[in-house]
Design a binder for this molecule. Structure first.
Ligand SMILES: Cc1ncc(CN)c(N)n1
Length: 224
C-alpha cells in the first residue's frame, strides 16, 4: 500500500528525512500492529502522550497567533479543536478504563524524551515564524496519519488507537494540514518555494522533529 498524499512540502521533507522509516515503522508501532505490545508500555506511552498533546495543542494555538490569513487561523484553530476535543479525550477514556483517572493523568511526570520534543516544537514557534512551527509540527500530525493508514484493519487489543488515526476524521486533518503548509509556503516565499534555501532549512527542522518522534517511541518501549 502506498503512503497517503498529504501535500507537496510534506512529501519533499519526508523523503529527505533520514529517520522517517525509523519513526513510522518503529518497533513500538509494529508491536501495536501485531497486538503484542505489553499493556504497561502502552499505558506508559499514553500517559506521556497526554502530556505531549497538552504542549502540542499550545503549539497549534501559537500557530493561530502567528497566522497571516483567516484560512491559516481557521486551520490552526481547527487542529487545536481536534486535539483538545478528540485526541486528548481518547487518552482520558483509555486510561480511565485502566484505572488511571484524569487527576492521575494530569499529574504524569514528563519523561526527558517528552520534554525534549515538546520544548523543541514550542521553541521553534517562540523564536521562529509560522513556517518554522509548521515544519516542526508536521512529522507529528502526518506521521501518525501514515501509521494509521498502514495499520488500518489490523484489529487486536490496540484497534481503537489504530482506528483513531486511520479514521476519516484524522486523515482529513492530515490533508488539511498538508494544504495549509503548501499554502503558507507559497504565501510567504512565492511560487518557487521548493527551490529556496529556506525550504531546505525548514526540512532540517522537520528531520529533527522526526528524530524526536523516534525517541518518543523508544521511551514508550523502554521507560516503564
Ligand atoms: C508523540 C506523538 N506524535 C504524534 C501524535 C499524533 N498527533 C501523537 N499523539 N503523539
Amino acid at each position: 500500500m502506498s503512503a497517503p498524499d498529504y501535500g507537496r512540502a510534506f512529501t519533499l521533507w519526508r523523503d529527505a528525512a533520514p529517520l522517517w522509516q525509523a519513526y513510522t515503522r518503529h518497533e513500538f508501532v509494529e508491536a501495536l500492529r501485531r497486538g503484542d505490545l505489553p499493556r504497561a508500555n502502552f499505558l506508559h506511552y499514553l500517559r506521556q502522550d497526554y502530556v505531549f498533546l497538552t504542549h502540542f495543542a499550545r503549539a497549534w494555538a501559537l500557530a493561530a497567533a502567528k497566522s497571516d490569513t483567516l484560512a491559516e487561523m481557521q486551520a490552526a484553530s481547527a487542529t487545536v479543536q481536534a486535539l483538545v476535543h478528540h485526541e486528548m479525550p481518547l487518552h482520558v477514556q483509555i486510561c480511565a478504563a485502566e484505572g488511571i483517572d484524569a487527576q492521575a493523568l494530569e499529574a504524569t511526570t514528563e519523561a526527558p524524551a517528552n520534554l525534549a520534543y515538546t520544548r523543541y516544537v514550542l521553541e521553534a514557534g517562540y523564536s521562529g515564524d509560522f513556517l518554522d512551527l509548521m515544519a516542526a509540527l508536521a512529522p507529528c500530525v502526518m506521521g501518525y496519519g501514515e501509521i494509521g493508514a498502514r495499520l488500518k484493519g489490523a484489529g487486536g487489543p490496540y484497534s481503537d488507537w489504530i482506528e483513531t488515526y486511520a479514521g476519516a476524521e484524522y486523515q482529513a486533518l492530515c490533508h488539511d494540514v498538508g494544504s495549509l503548509i503548501d499554502g503558507a509556503l507559497a504565501h510567504r516565499l512565492g511560487p518557487d518555494w521548493a527551490s529556496l534555501p529556506r525550504f531546505g532549512q525548514l526540512g532540517q527542522r522537520f528531520a529533527t522533529a522526526t528524530r524526536l518522534e523516534v525517541g518518543f517511541w523508544q521511551m514508550g518501549l523502554e521507560g516503564v
